[in-house]
Each structure stands twice: as C-alpha cells, then as structure tokens.
Design a protein around this ligand. Structure first.
Ligand code: MD3
Ligand code: FE
Length: 203
C-alpha cells in the first residue's frame, strides 16, 4: 500500500478495500441506530453542518458548555462498542500499543464542511489519531501547528486512511467541501469519516 506524507500526516490511499468498506458501513449504521447522529452546537450556539455520534467508552459532545468527551450520548444512552474491524485497523496502522477508547463518526451531507481546527480535547495529546474516509470524496486541508500560515490540500477518497502522530497530531486541519454524489458506497450519498483516539487518561 502506498503511503504519502502531507506535512507529517501519513496518508494510506485505498487502505480499505470495497468489501471492507461495505462491511464497515453496515456496522456504522448499527452504531448510528443505537446512538443517533446529532448536529453538535458550538459554544457560540451555532449548529455544525456535520452530524456526529460516537462509539467506545467515551464520546465527543459539544454544546453551550463547550467541547468535551462524555460517557453517554446527549440523549442518555451509553455509546455502542467500537466495531472490532476498526480496532484491527488501529493495530495495523497506529503504531500505538494503547487501544482507542473512542471512535467519532462524522457524517457529511450535501454542503457540510468542517473549519480549520486543532484536536485537543483529549486528556493526553501524544497518542496518535487514525482517520478513515468512506463515501464521497472530500477536500482535506492541512495547515500548521501554530495558527495561520500556508496550508496544503488533498482530496480524500473512500477507503483512504490518515495517521496523525508525532508533530502532525497538533496541526490545524479541516474539510473545505465534499463532492456530493462522487461515490456510490452510501445509498443516500455523503461522506462518513471515522476517527479513532485515546481520549481519556491512561494512567
Ligand atoms: C490531523 N475530522 O473529527 S479527518 C475530526 O474528515 C476531524 O471529518 C475530519 O478533523 C473529517 O476532528 C478530518 C483527518 C484528520 C483527523 C484528525 C486529525 C486529521 C487530523 C487530528 C490531528 C491532525
Ligand atoms: Fe479534527
């Protein structure tokens, strides 16, 4: 499998084959059936265009109280278990002996985007993050650890995996737009991104 480097971000193009992608979509559908997708609200009271849910011991939530990881969905149910084939993917590509305790599922419908941000809500910021794209193509932008400066962009396709470790773990990144309808993996169209992380303290 070819590995590309974009500012320290390792991109594994086509890491997951079509059968693996389809099997995972079915498992992620079950995750969203048990823990419904929701539009997180920012601290400023704006709704994000991306819909989200989580699996694992912890899940990411955002509301007027801010961004954080919680042991339960906003509607009160426990988060479902992380699909085992994602734990296998983590073991294959993360280089980490610590297993992930959270899997964030982002769903991008037509017009959804995610502004440039850093991921720093986790208790320990040295653990890698593993990301998998499914469905429509997305324009992924990578900047710098400090705010501002030049950015570089690349299109992510279904089955592509990104590994964020070392200095790349804290770079600014975002999704400018998706090419709605560019993939047939999801019958309703759109894009799923799943990220595996160690969110809680490991001590
Ligand atoms: C670089 N997700 O969930 S995935 C996120 O496609 C997030 O939904 C985007 O940013 C998405 O926080 C981008 C690629 C990615 C994920 C996590 C990273 C890049 C990253 C963490 C640190 C640096
Ligand atoms: Fe992020």
């Amino acid at each position: 499998m070819a590995a590309h480097d974009l500012r320290g971000v390792t991109l594994l193009k086509g890491a997951l084959d079509a059968a693996g992608q389809a099997a995972l979509v079915a498992e992620l559908r079950a995750v969203a059936a048990a823990a419904p997708l929701f539009h997180p609200e920012t601290a400023r009271g704006r709704k994000m265009s991306v819909r989200m849910t989580s699996a694992g011991r912890l899940g990411w939530v955002s509301d007027r109280r801010g961004y954080r990881y919680e042991p339960a969905h906003p509607q009160g149910m426990a988060w479902p278990e992380i699909p085992p084939r994602l734990l296998t993917l983590w073991d294959a590509v993360s280089g980490s002996a610590v297993p992930p305790d959270t899997c964030l599922l982002n769903y991008y419908g037509e017009g959804a985007r995610m502004g440039l941000h850093q991921d720093r809500d986790e208790a320990e910021l040295h653990h890698p993050v593993v990301s998998l794209s499914l469905g429509d193509e997305a324009l992924f932008r990578v900047g710098n650890v400090e705010r501002g400066g030049k950015t570089e962009s690349v299109w992510l396709a279904s089955g592509d995996v990104a590994v964020l470790s070392g200095a790349a773990r804290l770079v600014h990144h975002g999704i400018d737009r998706i090419r709605f309808g560019s993939s047939r993996l999801l019958p309703q169209g759109g894009r799923i991104n799943v990220t595996l992380r160690v969110a809680g303290a490991t001590g």
